[in-house]
Design a protein around this ligand. Structure first.
Ligand SMILES: *Cc1c(COP(=O)(O)O)cnc(C)c1O
Length: 475
């Protein structure tokens, strides 16, 4: 060992000696106060980590060890912040500035504020979840939703499960177990999270009989798929893609007219459940649950948290004889919904009794139907607020397009206004990262080297937070 390293080793030992022990940190009054509100485990872990990081700092230092000193109050603050971070929920609220309304990664639909009281009431108390109040005896959790959904869709009966994938699984397992289901090759979709009709069929233990070709399926193809084992015909709404051009498919009405299919139930997986004819609001017509039943579908399944704008759920509507069978299927018990889902769904559905109420108060519908004029005004407000910050960046209002998302209405181009930010002193990706990791967790998009805030999915009351975070980042 040469002299100089010997000198450094000595200095390092001196520096190590300055580090407080875990016990000393724990004895600090601020940490004692912290112990009243946070688990000891987490505080201990944070303390060890902070001390360890200081050790590493000493090890990595070579010539500037003289300047090394421990500021105890800084170290204590680090422990406090680290403990608080560890205690935070992993699932956090974010600001969706992407303009994608049903953003699967960001929790799909947000519930209406009008649902909040009902949800909290039920979640934090006892309820008549499975209790019939008028008879004073056991009831069914599914009863709460039957009347309202029957009223809104005209269905004979209703069943609710955990999500639409579960709904399709339950339907196929009940109707088509050990038999065959005919599906057009043009409708064999895969949706997010690798949900494939074919895989669900395997789980449901039925056999898929594919008919037709990707772009064209004729009534003769369906007839060719028939056998002694045919238990159902399944139609799948190709919600997340479209086959355009030279195409042909067979509608439910057409299938219903054929003598051969008379006793074969027709199942339709609609994906997104729509109760409102959106063409009235300038959007492309999306098949509604009501229309699907009217055309003759025996069973229809759809999600609660896509276009419907409610909580995650799978809704099954249709003929009583099939729904009764599903209720008796043991799978139903495994796929059942929680009381919070029932409360949020019932309260959301109640708004549909008045279509205007639904459009105005269900965030998903409100954001999708928001007019360009309103978005323009909203973007002006945000633009002015950001410009007033006088930050070193190029800030513009620009026309752009937002998406419905969630695999719904893939071709719909929703015109929108955005506020774009191009920082002068640092990169756009740095800005994106800082906003994403800020306390408000702002999630926007980058396009052509500009950061884009699409006002369609941002609430006006979130502008304050965006402005606050921008100010912090640019100063
Ligand atoms: C989204 C979708 C599903 C799956 O619904 P989840 O509610 O996500 O389980 C199934 N089928 C179609 C056609 C869909 O669009």
């Amino acid at each position: 060992m040469n002299r100089s390293t010997g000198g450094i080793d000595l200095k390092k030992r001196e520096a190590f000696a300055k580090l407080p022990s875990v016990d000393k940190v724990l004895a600090n009054q601020k940490i004692q106060d912290l112990l009243k509100n946070y688990p000891r485990e987490l505080i201990l872990e944070a303390t060890r980590e902070i001390i360890q990081s200081k050790r590493k700092e000493i090890i990595d230092k070579n010539d500037d060890l003289d300047s090394f000193h421990i500021q105890e109050d800084v170290l204590i603050n680090d422990v406090i912040n680290s403990t608080k971070n560890k205690f935070q929920l992993s699932i956090k609220k974010v600001i969706n500035a992407t303009g994608i309304v049903i953003h699967t990664n960001l929790g799909r639909s947000k519930l209406s504020p009008k649902v909040q009281d009902e949800l909290v009431n039920i979640a934090f108390g006892y309820s008549n979840l499975e209790y019939n109040l008028s008879k004073g005896k056991r009831g069914s959790r599914y009863d709460h939703l039957v009347d309202i959904i029957k009223r809104l869709t005209g269905a004979e009966d209703v069943l609710i499960v955990n999500n639409n994938a579960a709904a399709v699984l339950l339907v196929l397992n009940t109707i088509a177990k050990d038999g065959e289901v005919i599906v057009s090759r043009g409708e064999l979709v895969e949706v997010g999270g690798s949900f494939r009709i074919s895989s669900i069929m395997e789980l449901g233990s039925g056999k898929l009989v594919e008919v037709g070709s990707t772009n064209k399926t004729h009534i003769q193809d369906y007839k060719g798929g028939l056998s002694e084992e045919t238990k159902a015909i399944m139609k799948v709404h190709t919600s997340n893609y479209r086959i355009l051009g030279f195409t042909e498919s067979v509608g439910i009405e057409e299938l219903k007219q054929e003598e051969e299919f008379k006793n074969i139930p027709i199942i339709e997986d609609l994906g997104s459940g729509v109760f409102v004819d959106l063409s009235k609001y300038g959007l492309t017509y999306e098949p509604t649950v009501i229309d699907s039943l009217k055309k003759g579908a025996d069973i229809v399944t759809f999600s609660g948290d896509k276009m419907l704008g409610g909580p995650q759920a799978g809704i099954i509507v249709g003929k009583k004889e099939y729904i009764e069978k599903m209720k008796k299927n043991q799978l139903t018990r495994a796929l059942r919904v929680d009381k919070m889902t029932i409360a949020a769904l019932e309260a959301t559905l109640r708004m549909y009794l008045d279509e205007e109420d639904a459009i105005r108060n269900i965030p998903t519908l409100k954001m999708i139907t928001c007019s360009l004029k309103e978005l323009d005004k909203k973007a002006d407000v945000l633009l002015n607020r950001i410009q007033a910050l006088n930050i070193d960046a190029d800030i513009q209002k620009e026309k752009n397009v937002s998406q419905v998302g969630g695999g719904s209405m893939p071709l719909e181009k929703l015109d929108t206004y955005t506020v774009t930010i191009k920082p002068n002193k640092f990169s756009v990706s740095y800005l994106e990262k800082r906003l994403r990791n800020s306390d408000s967790h702002i999630i926007g998009r980058i396009n052509e080297d500009k950061y884009i805030l699409d006002v369609r999915t941002i609430e006006e009351n979130e502008f304050d937070l965006i402005v606050k975070e921008l100010k912090l980042i640019f100063n």
